[in-house]
Write a protein that binds this ligand. Sequence first.
Ligand code: NAP
Length: 338
Amino acid sequence: MMSKYAKSQSVGFKNTIERVAIVGAGGTIGTHITNALLKTGRHKVTALSRKDSGNKLPDGVVIAPVDYDDEATIVAALKGQQFFIITMAPTAPRDTHSKLVQAAAKAGIPYVMPNAYGGDIDNIKLGQDTMLGPVGKAQRDEIERLGMQWITVCCGFWYDYSLAGGEARFGFDFDKRSLTLYDDGNTKNSTSTLSQVGRAVAKVLSLKELPEDENDKSLTLSTFLNKGVYIKSFVVSQNDMFESVKRVTGTTDADWTITHEDTKKRYEEGLAQVKVGNMAGFGKMLYARAFYPDDSKDLSAKAQNELLGLSDESLDEATKVGINMVKELQRRVERMAS
Ligand SMILES: NC(=O)c1ccc[n+]([C@@H]2O[C@H](COP(=O)([O-])OP(=O)(O)OC[C@H]3O[C@@H](n4cnc5c(N)ncnc54)[C@H](OP(=O)(O)O)[C@@H]3O)[C@@H](O)[C@H]2O)c1
C-alpha cells in the first residue's frame, strides 16, 4: 500500500488520477460517469467492454475488448491504469465482479469503485432486508483482501431513472397515467440524478491523490479510501414527485388514477416473489423497503455535496429528463424478456 504523502513517493509521481478504466461505459450510470470524466479534460478513459457487446460507447474513450472467460484479456486492459470503476448490469453472471477484481489485483491497480451505486453501506438492516448489503460487503472485502482499496458511491435511488422505470419503482406509470403511493405518499427518500452521480465521481477522481505532506489538509482522493462517497440531488416524497410531474406535464389530479398500497405488505409480496425465483419481485421489494415510514432510505444527513462542490439541481428539470427516459427503459425490459 502507498505511503500517505506525495512527498514520499518516487520521482515522477504526479499526484493526480489520469488513467481510469471503466466497465459499462455505455451503460445507464457508466455513460454519465464516463462523460463527466472526459469533460474534466484530466482523464484518459479506457472502456472495458465485452468483445461481442452491442452497446455504444461514448466518443473519446479507448475501447479495450475483453472476454470474461479469458482473464489475460482483462489483466491486459487494466495494466497501467490508476483507478478502476465497475458499473455492471445486475443481470451479469454472479462471478463477473470477482473476475474483474481479481484481474485488477493482477494488473496492479490500487483503487476500485465496486458495482453498487445504491443506499448507505452503513445501514446494515436495510442492506439485509433488500439483500444488496451482504453482496456489496463481500465485494468490498474481496477488494481489500487482494490488497487494493475501494471507494463506493452511496447515492440513493437514481431520481430520473426510478421515476421513469415503471410502477414497481417510484410508482408512476406514465402510459396509464397512474400512480401507486406507498402508504400516504409522504415518506421522503434521498435520491440522486444520473448526471449528479457522474459529476460526483469525476470530482473525486479529479482531487489530488494524496496530501503533499502532513501539513496539507486539503481534500484528497485518499480521504475517501475504503469509505462511501455520499451524495444527493433531492430529498423527496412521492407526493413531491407527483407535484413536479403535474407541473412538467401540465396535468392535474383529475388526469391521474391514484392508488395506495401498504408499504410493508408490498415489501413482503415482492420478497415472496423473489424467494420463488421470480425476479420481477425484486424491484418491488427493494423500493417498498426503502419507503418504510419508520426506516426510509434517507442518507441525506451524510451527503457530501458541499464538500465536493456539487451545485443544486432543479427538480422539474430532472423530472423532464426522467419522463424522456420512459420509452428507452420500456424497450430494455422488452429486450430482457425476449
Ligand atoms: N440507485 C439506483 O437507483 C440504481 C438503479 C439501477 C441500477 N443500480 C445499480 O447500478 C449498477 C450499474 O447498473 P446499470 O443500470 O448502470 O448497468 P447496465 O447499464 O444495465 O449495464 C452496464 C454494463 O454491464 C455490461 N454487461 C451487461 N450484461 C452483461 C453480462 N451478461 N456480462 C457482463 N457484463 C455485462 C455492459 O457492458 P459492455 O456491453 O460494454 O460489456 C453494460 O453496458 C448496478 O450495481 C445496479 O444495481 C442502481
